[in-house]
Design a protein around this ligand. Sequence first.
Ligand SMILES: Cc1cc2nc3c(=O)[nH]c(=O)nc-3n(C[C@H](O)[C@H](O)[C@H](O)COP(=O)(O)OP(=O)(O)OC[C@H]3O[C@@H](n4cnc5c(N)ncnc54)[C@H](O)[C@@H]3O)c2cc1C
Length: 444
Amino acid sequence: MEGFEGFEGELLTASDEGYDDARLVHNGLINKHPALIARCRGTADIAAAIRHAREQGLEIAVKGGGHNVAGRATTEGGVMIDLSLLRGVEVDPATLTVRAGGGVTWGELNDAAHRHGLATTGGVISTTGIAGLTLGGGFGWLMAKFGLSVDNLLQVELVTADGRVITASEDEEPDLFWGLRGGGGNFGVAASFTYRLHPLTDLVGGLIAHPFEAAGDVLRFYRDVTASLSDDLSIFASLVHAPDGSGVPLAALVVGHTGSPEQAEVDLAPIIGFGSPAVVQVGPMPYPVLNTMLDDGYPKGALNYWKSSFLAGLDDGLFDTLAERFAVCPSPMSAMVLEHFHGAVTRVGVTDTAVPHRDPGYDLVITSEWMDPMATDENIAWTRELYSAIEPHQAVRRYVNYLGDDEPIDAVRAAYGPNYDRLVEVKRRYDPDNAFHLNQNIAP
Ligand SMILES: Cc1cc2nc3c(=O)[nH]c(=O)nc-3n(C[C@H](O)[C@H](O)[C@H](O)COP(=O)(O)OP(=O)(O)OC[C@H]3O[C@@H](n4cnc5c(N)ncnc54)[C@H](O)[C@@H]3O)c2cc1C
């Protein structure tokens, strides 16, 4: 197609080769057709694409890694600003920082940092984009040690709705920077992110899987053992299916220890020694390997429907409900994951960044996934029923990056809690027309 002023990237429309691949996102349930996909090479292209979309009255979507389960990275009939060409990662070992483009995935960033013996907190699946994950908060294996991704964010290069290129940090545009640390894609298009890095090469990590019959005991043990953990040890509990496709349900503990191998051995001994696990695969591994360990369970194009909430606590009634419902789960790909919050992530103030989730505790995420479109209704119904069955155990707090496409109208406000009103002020300053609304939207 014919280009437009100031744009030197790649443009794709429905008749172009590669369009179908580019328009699709991770979640195969989302099937939208942008009128135009603008693959940007830098901030000038992003500004030109924003200007073009606004002049033509076209809706703007921004695609980082495309992992958002609600499918907010694409649009029916609008312009998709596709950042997949912005793949540069520059590590500066002298300042312990990394600057990465808006289209980079966690696997790419982790590999580059690892070559210098460094790491920072990112997501647990390597194919997830750094952009959307960071802008919403960033939970992962390293959050007890180093805080969330946003807690390690030092600078964002942002293109705003009026085409300005702004650098936001603690010192420059501090209100905007505060909002970018959790407020999602509401304020502009992030062309690059700069993070603080930490010395970390290997950790001791892996999986301990118990037969499903022991689920209640494993979850009770998990509650007890996570009541006091050092910042070095993170444990997520999960009801999952065996990855071999057999559909065999399991109760698993996924562990990651960032301390010395000797300390890890001491700390992990009671966890490995508990009960009669069917599988124990725990050992030293490079951080990027831990970060790919679960990738196969989340293939691109699988049909996804997720529900998630922080929990008021872990009581036996909750465990009973989780186990009962998991026993009748219709898909061998689905899982329930308890993410534990302790350590560094909980030592940041609730209003210090836009991410309010700083209490020690647990977040539950139900990751329903299936391949057969005919099974969609059944899987969505199962997920919804489970989610409403655990309502009495839910806290009011929810993670914005796990919100789906059919949430109650006040879900975003609830997700930000005491930070919502300040986010609205920042939105009014930087995007008063709500040009960027395909996100978990903070309405100006
Ligand atoms: C398999 C899987 C594993 C996950 N694991 C984790 C995890 O471990 N920890 C965690 O915290 N979350 C996790 N998530 C949730 C994840 O944080 C969100 O899905 C997040 O939106 C993904 O970012 P993305 O760039 O890949 O997504 P996209 O779908 O590209 O974008 C998500 C949102 O951010 C906006 N956006 C994207 N890039 C930019 C940009 N450069 N500038 C401005 N706005 C932008 C989009 O418009 C959209 O609204 C996971 C999701 C999946 C599907």
